[in-house]
Design a protein around this ligand. Structure first.
Ligand code: PHE
Length: 446
């Protein structure tokens, strides 16, 4: 996809941007981080951050991308020539490099589970047995590296060919199917004996459990699930025709994302408590809980297989966007796109191997009390993404004229006229102050 090409339809852009947003963040990461941070209060803070920070920033990235129609570096250069602001784009590329290196580990786990379901042997086990099987799979160095490689391989192949066709076509069917399957899953989970405790855990805030770490994680999670702060959304919206409403796209992406987060929470926590598992099991939570829930459904393993395929797809569409932003900056034409997709994709794989081994032979290697995998995730979600978001929140009001921002926002729908000032205020004042406050709080400044 060259810079001048455009999404074939409005739906195409929304699906691709939503595809980038909805992924492991909402489905895998949210339940486990919420589980580690006490549930309800975390969920509430996460929603607040999503509305006060994530949504305005998403819209800001859309405005940068669509108004310049350029990639993650040139868009900043076009707006502020001769300045250093394009380093926001470089920061985004570095973030996405690290991000994909550990994201692919979890993507690989989905591939591994899919193999297990297809080859049989997962029927009617207890939740502990599922956890054991899963634990031994991901701690196996060879298996974890192979499946990680497979996940990256698919990503490379799709990005090398240009993301547009693949994503647009498939998302139209996959996304709705994922929603439907989730709803079935939630119905099953909330009707299990003992489910109520899980629902309470997710929906009833207990603020005594909130620490500065909880707040930081909730902020990082809101950026992570919306893919903001790393210029991915700048890149995607640069392919967008001029006549489409940016706020409408932003609202629908945030809405879909929150819906999936809620569904994932309602599918996981009731089951966690009903089966007597621990909500703070960490990254393995979803993978330990889900097979048991599915095994309580008729044709459970069939549905589990279907779920894994959709889940894999959701993870892949996010992965595409991470590689896409790097490749679209470095390659000048289609032939180069192929070459760079492979070079960068393979480099990411090599860089990601220690993260894959963090659940097995490198499990005891810790830096700052974190495994390599956790450290990579922490760096991206809680340091680089907030930093990128902070810079974008400063950049847009500082370097773009308020009147042209207004034009860009109301194009395609005058409905948002009144909301422009709210957005501008959130972006200019609330976002920077809030991000800085959360960072200082974690550093123990007050
Ligand atoms: N939003 C994606 C998810 O939730 C992760 C992501 C972050 C993708 C940043 C691209 C850029 O899985």
């Amino acid at each position: 996809m060259s810079q001048r090409e455009q999404w074939s339809s409005k739906l195409g852009f929304i699906l691709a941007a939503a595809g980038s947003a909805i992924g492991l963040g909402a489905i895998w990461k949210f339940p486990y981080i919420a589980g580690q941070n006490g549930g309800g209060a975390f969920f509430l803070i996460f929603i607040l951050f999503t509305l006060l920070l994530g949504l305005p920033l998403l819209l800001a990235e859309f405005v940068i991308g669509r108004s310049t129609q350029a990639n993650a570096i040139n868009s900043y250069k076009k707006i502020a020539p001769g300045s250093k602001w394009h380093w926001i784009g470089v920061l985004g590329m570095v973030s996405c490099f690290i991000l994909l290196s550990f994201y692919s580990v979890i993507g690989g786990w989905i591939v591994a589970y899919l193999f297990k379901v297809v080859t049989g042997g997962l029927n009617h086990l207890t939740s502990n047995q599922y956890a054991e099987i899963f634990g031994s799979t991901i701690s196996d160095p060879i298996i974890s590296i192979i499946v990680q490689f497979l996940f990256i391989l698919i990503t490379i192949i799709v990005v090398a060919r240009g993301v547009q066709n693949g994503i647009e076509l498939a998302s139209k069917f996959m996304m709705p199917a994922l929603f439907i399957l989730f709803i079935i899953l939630v119905i099953r989970a909330v009707t299990l004996d003992g489910a109520m405790e899980g629902i309470t855990f997710l929906l009833q805030p207990d603020f005594s459990k909130v620490t500065s770490k909880t707040v930081l994680e909730a902020m990082g999670q809101s950026f992570f699930t919306l893919s903001v702060g790393v210029s991915v959304m700048v890149t995607y919206s640069s392919y967008l025709p001029k006549n489409q409403s940016l706020p409408r796209s932003a609202f629908s992406i945030v809405g879909m994302n929150l819906a999936i987060v809620l569904l994932a929470g309602l599918a996981i926590f009731p089951a966690v408590f009903a089966f007597g598992l621990k909500p703070d099991a960490g990254p393995v939570l979803l993978f330990n809980v889900l097979p048991t829930v599915f095994s309580h459904l008729p044709f459970g393993m069939f549905f589990f297989g279907a779920f894994l395929i959709l889940f894999l797809f959701a993870a892949l569409t996010s992965a595409f966007s991470m590689l896409e932003i790097i490749v679209s900056v470095i390659s000048k034409n289609t032939a180069q796109r192929k070459k760079w997709s492979w070079i960068i994709g393979l480099a990411i794989f090599v860089f990601g191997v220690p993260s894959a081994l963090s659940f097995g032979i490198l499990g005891d290697v810790k830096l700052f009390d974190k495994t390599i995998f956790d450290l990579m995730d922490f760096m991206v979600s809680n340091v680089l993404m907030p930093l990128g978001s902070l810079l974008i929140a400063i950049f847009v009001p500082l370097k773009m004229k308020k009147s042209s921002l207004y034009e860009e926002i109301i194009k395609g729908s005058k409905l948002f006229k009144g909301l422009f000032n709210v957005w501008y205020f959130l972006l200019r004042f609330v976002a920077p102050l809030l991000i800085i406050a959360v960072m200082l709080d974690v550093l123990g400044v007050w």
